[in-house]
Design a protein around this ligand. Structure first.
Ligand code: SF4
Length: 382
């Protein structure tokens, strides 16, 4: 077998001449495996996603535990069979985890869940590869009708001592694999709401332990009243680079149905305040929000709200199809709202993309200098 490999920024990649590529961190954790037909990604919680292209569509699916086991074993067998043909520096890097297998991945994920008191339910689309630190547990709002992320987790802020221990446990968990991580994400749902003095202390601890850029979620419901532009400037000075806001929609009717109790002008003010502080934002929208009933007003009002946000370089807008889960309050309303099909949601993503750009240009007299990226919520796993 003709084998190539590289070690770059803490990630070891091994590639064979028949289009197989296996990527691991330096503790041997499975990251990606490509067999020429599909790509598989493992989350730290040991969920395996299959990513395939069907025509022009990128299709992401979580595969079964058995299939995950099979893929992991195939990937590690490939690593072992390629090992003798690797250059010496890559052999040295891989020698410590040649015996890695699915069972060890299961043990690894159990350790991770112990650190976080359960699963990490979500990370933003471009942050599935950070070091996740949990400054607070759960969501202080926790009442959006479509959301089940933190339903079973009580809200609380870690004490400074507890946070220090938490960080050390995380470092210990990653071991050599920490070199593959490129940022720190501070969770859970709205960590910037933490009392300012404690938050800045936590940001300093993160910076001194990891020396990586820091990211976090902000909820648009409670943060506008709690944090000033000066306080955001302080967060920026303490390492916070970008915050992600789950706006979902700019339509007041949809937001009411979601029980996202905010006035859209408050969301606009919040984003402009954050931008004024020098921190970038990621705005997260959902295609299919409010179902068929709101399909027109969702697009129009979302485009109008986004156009009033002072967005530019370093910001990003993400749009995912909405998933309607049967065990949510929102699902009970969908009889009246009508659930959009996958194709209709896909079409709405394209509609939102063009309407946002048009509206932004009309309102500001300049182009929106930020990407609008489709993604799939399913991929936002840690
Ligand atoms: S604010 Fe975010 S995390 Fe909290 S309930 Fe609403 S959608 Fe869920």
């Amino acid at each position: 077998m003709d084998v190539k490999g590289k070690l770059d920024q803490g990630i070891l990649s091994i590639e064979s001449d028949n289009r197989i590529v296996f990527t691991v961190d330096l503790a041997g954790r499975f990251i990606f495996y490509t067999d020429g037909d599909a790509t598989y990604r493992r989350s730290l919680e040991n969920r395996f996603l299959r990513i395939k292209h069907v025509g022009s569509r990128r299709v992401v699916e979580q595969i079964s535990e058995d299939d995950g086991r099979r893929i992991a074993e195939t990937a590690y067998s490939f690593l072992r069979s390629a090992y003798d043909d690797l250059p010496q520096d890559l052999k040295d890097a891989a020698s410590g985890f040649l015996d890695m297998n699915y069972e060890k991945l299961v043990i690894d994920s159990a350790k991770m869940r112990e650190i976080y008191g359960g699963e990490v339910p979500i990370v933003p689309p471009d942050q599935y590869f950070p070091i996740y630190v949990q400054a607070e547990t759960g969501c202080s709002w926790n009442r959006c009708t479509f959301c089940r992320l933190y339903r079973d987790r009580s809200y609380g802020v870690r004490s400074i001592d507890d946070f220090a221990e938490h960080i050390h446990r995380i470092k210990d968990f990653f071991g050599n694999g920490i070199a593959a991580r490129k940022s720190v994400f501070v969770g859970d749902a709205n960590a910037v709401n933490i009392d300012q003095k404690t938050l800045l202390q936590m940001l300093d601890m993160i910076r001194s332990e990891f020396n990586l850029p820091i990211f976090s979620f902000v909820d648009a419901i409670t943060t506008q009243k709690r944090k000033s532009e000066i306080q955001f400037q302080e967060m920026r000075d303490h390492g916070l680079k970008r915050v992600y806001i789950g706006l979902e929609s700019g339509d007041p009717g949809v937001l009411r149905i979601f029980n996202k109790l905010m006035n859209v002008s408050e969301a606009i003010n919040l984003v402009n305040k954050i931008k004024g502080s020098g921190i970038n934002v990621g705005i997260i929208l959902m295609a299919g929000a409010g179902g068929k009933k709101y399909s027109k007003s969702h697009v129009e009002n979302t485009a109008s709200v986004i156009s009033q946000m002072d967005l530019g370089k370093g910001d990003i807008i993400y749009i995912s199809p909405m998933y309607e889960y049967e065990d949510t309050e929102y699902y009970g309303l969908t009889k009246d709202l009508g659930i959009m099909t996958a194709e209709e949601k896909e079409a709405q993503i394209q509609e939102l993309r063009s309407r946002i750009r048009e509206e932004f240009q009309d309102f500001n007299g300049r182009q929106l200098d930020a990407p609008i990226a489709p993604y799939d919520l399913m991929e936002a796993v840690y």
